[in-house]
Write a protein that binds this ligand. Structure first.
Ligand code: FAD
Length: 477
């Protein structure tokens, strides 16, 4: 039985990692106070801005997050970008622990010349655009330049992009996809999407559910995959891979009325973007190196480029080769180190960046900026994995915090932490005249209601505000 004090914790980021860490902390040490800082006026991270609009069931985790937010020990502090609006060392003084759960806010690039030119989009930007992420409100992708699109990358995000490009607009209309995206998609001329990967079917990163959804799309055909790309004996494979390969091999029956199609193009690595001689800003195609697998039967096989090339004509390209996290300004000052190579915060494997034993002393309120630091979610283990794996990961971090805390303070029967949390931060920010415009949960609820009301008028679950100014206006902030 633990009778010591409860900590006051700042969580940076309000995606699944932030919420699941908060949930477990508050459950395991009753009385724990969690202040959750979020750069946007709205919570939920990629659940709102990543998950595809036609996957509403995936967003059910928001019910759990709402329960966490309903606790009197929880405070949502939206519209505050840590590191920019509020220096980290200032934050650190007022908490016993900080948990970095700020996800991955950049994307990996192909490294090709001309990648920044028009008609080349990152999946992160495109997905953010159709899901109402303010950063990409004005992306305005040109879907009218030609009939073929290339998506480079073969993970689930690549398939989300492909499905959105090929779905009937009337199906998407009933989802929470933004109105401006619907408008652009309804004028799209794209008829075929090549989903291109460096490796083979054995190594593909997408999962069976997403493939099945694409195969079942109305009036959309699938180009059969050449037989020689499959291992001779599927029966020997582990069940999940076997089922996926069986499905890919079977494909889908030819749909007579199909007007659109997609293909999975394996063993191709992009090496060159081909621009029109007449207009150097017009993409005409992509040159790929054909690749070779060193061990075709292994799902982990290394891949090498060969001298053979293949050109695929296209006027638009989406790169979907992964998200990337970056450091927050001022991290080093509180003892956290960002590993640029891995794109994650350095930690002990369980989420400890600077454990409590090396840092704070409960209740000292010493204001010396020492704080225990942890990380959780995509910024901890890299930008892979679904919400369920992010939950497992967040629970692991919370367990590390609880263990450190209890070990350090088990014999301390009081006083409660003297650190001021948000109240202390606010007072200091005011004294320093930092122009914060924070927004709490009740204000988010106003935004939520306004979005739902607007959605109801259009027969969809919500119409998201695409601009921060619109969100703040709806919140009355
Ligand atoms: P995030 O969800 O990215 O949350 C991080 C939060 O931190 C964001 O709200 C961000 O605004 C905030 N933040 C960033 N920087 C700062 C800062 N400086 N100050 C304050 N706040 C900050 N999983 C599924 O299970 N099913 C799916 O269908 C599915 N679809 C996906 C589709 C896409 C396109 C993507 C990219 C992912 C998808 N996932 C899906 C995976 C799932 O979204 C992730 O596993 C999960 O969101 C990671 O959680 P996180 O909290 O680490 O990061």
């Amino acid at each position: 039985q633990y009778n010591g004090p409860a900590p006051i914790v700042a969580v940076v980021g309000s995606g699944p990692a932030g919420f699941y860490t908060a949930q477990k902390l508050m459950r395991d040490i009753p009385g724990t106070k969690v202040d959750m800082y979020e750069q946007l006026p709205v919570p939920f991270g990629l659940v709102r801005f990543g998950v595809a609009p036609d996957h509403p069931e995936v967003k059910n985790c928001q019910d759990t997050f709402q329960e966490v937010a309903a606790s009197p020990d929880y405070t949502f502090i939206g519209n505050v970008n840590l590191g920019h609006d509020l220096p980290l060392p200032l934050l650190a003084k007022h908490y016993d622990a900080i948990v970095f759960a700020y996800g991955a806010s950049k994307d990996r690039r192909l490294g090709l010349e001309g990648e920044e030119k028009p008609h080349i989009y990152s999946a992160r930007a495109f997905v953010g655009w159709y899901n109402g992420l303010p950063e990409y409100r004005d992306l305005d992708p040109d879907l009218t330049a030609g009939e073929t699109a290339i998506v480079v990358g073969q993970g689930n995000v690549a398939l989300d992009v492909t499905r959105t490009l090929l779905s009937k607009v009337d199906v998407l209309r009933k989802t929470d996809i933004t109105d401006y995206a619907l408008h652009a998609l309804s004028g799209s001329k794209i008829k075929h999407v090549h989903v291109v990967g460096r490796r083979g079917p054995m190594q593909a990163a997408f999962t069976i559910k997403e493939v099945r959804e694409l195969l079942q799309l109305e009036d959309v055909n699938f180009t059969p995959i050449p037989n020689e790309l499959f291992p001779a004996d599927l029966a020997k494979l582990p069940r999940p891979r076997r089922r996926l390969l069986e499905l890919l091999k079977k494909g889908s029956p030819v749909k007579e009325k199909a007007t659109k199609s997609w293909s999975l193009d394996f063993l191709l690595a992009p090496t060159f973007l081909n621009w029109s001689a007449a207009d150097p800003d017009r993409l005409e195609g992509v040159t790929f190196s054909k690749t070779r697998l060193e061990d075709p039967s292994s799902s982990e096989s290394p891949v090498v480029n060969t001298d053979e090339t293949q050109v695929i004509a296209t006027s638009i390209l989406f790169r979907s080769i992964g998200y990337k996290a970056e450091a927050i300004l001022g991290m080093a000052e509180i003892g956290a180190e960002f590993d640029q190579g891995k794109g994650t915060i350095r930690h002990d494997g369980l989420g400890r960046v600077v454990p409590v034993s090396q840092s704070a002393t409960v209740g000292n309120g010493d204001g010396n900026g020492k704080v225990a630091v942890y990380c959780s979610g995509w910024v901890k283990r890299g930008p892979t994995g679904v919400i369920a794996s992010t939950m497992t990961d967040a629970f692991q971090t919370a367990e590390a915090i609880v263990e450190d805390w209890k070990r350090a303070y088990a014999s301390n029967s009081g006083p409660e932490s003297l650190r001021g949390g948000w109240t202390g931060v606010q007072a200091e920010a005011q004294a320093l005249k930092l122009p914060l415009r924070p927004l709490h949960w009740d204000k988010w609820q106003k935004i939520d209601e306004a979005e739902k009301a607007e959605g109801a008028k259009r027969g969809k679950p919500r119409e998201k505000f695409g601009k921060v100014s619109e969100m703040l206006e709806a919140a009355g902030v």
